[in-house]
Design a protein around this ligand. Structure first.
Ligand SMILES: [Zn+2]
Ligand SMILES: [Zn+2]
Length: 172
């Protein structure tokens, strides 16, 4: 791992601490991981399977932004766990303010603004980490064109673009 970044065990610990500090332990366990392939996102959450991914490229040496990105994704996870809409609802924004977070909006790359009720999917090859974004539920029988391994589908995706992190820094 790059210097200036917590290792994955530390991220997992941070997640557990924040869960108790800010969410009364209501978030079920999530795997926290780095994903070096994000080109314009600082973070991403998928609810099924439960994974929060952070971009090492965008967060290296920026512990405040790493913390904010993790907390942002954790608010999504918290709302999802409470069976509330996990989008950027008034409840989401209220929680953000409580935690002192600033930037709000993110969507999937440069696609149309995120419709809170729209599900998105990612299919991913666990061997070569190739990923495809899908708007419709992917067929369960897809295989990686390169590895011929079955692709794993992730449901409901939220991404946090880097631009907003920069804007947040400017306002500091
Ligand atoms: Zn969000
Ligand atoms: Zn593959």
């Amino acid at each position: 791992m790059l210097p200036g970044l917590p290792d994955v065990a530390e991220l997992q610990l941070l997640f557990a601490q924040y869960n108790w500090m800010y969410f009364a332990g209501e978030i079920p366990s999530y795997r926290i991981a780095y994903n070096a392939r994000f080109s314009n996102s600082a973070g991403r959450i998928t609810y099924k399977p439960p994974v929060i991914e952070l971009s090492p490229k965008h967060l290296v040496g920026k512990l405040d932004e790493l913390r904010e990105t993790l907390l942002h994704e954790m608010i999504h996870a918290w709302l999802h766990a409470r069976k509330q809409s996990p989008g950027h609802t008034p409840t989401f924004k209220k929680k953000m303010r409580e935690l002192g977070l600033r930037s709000i909006y993110h969507d999937l790359g440069r696609a149309t603004p995120l419709n809170e009720s729209t599900k998105r999917y990612i299919v991913r090859c666990e061997k070569c980490t190739m990923e495809l974004l899908r708007k419709k539920k992917p067929s369960p029988n897809l295989v990686c064109a390169r590895c011929r391994k079955p692709l794993v589908a992730f449901e409901v995706v939220e991404m946090r673009p880097v631009e907003l992190s920069r804007a947040a820094r400017g306002r500091r």
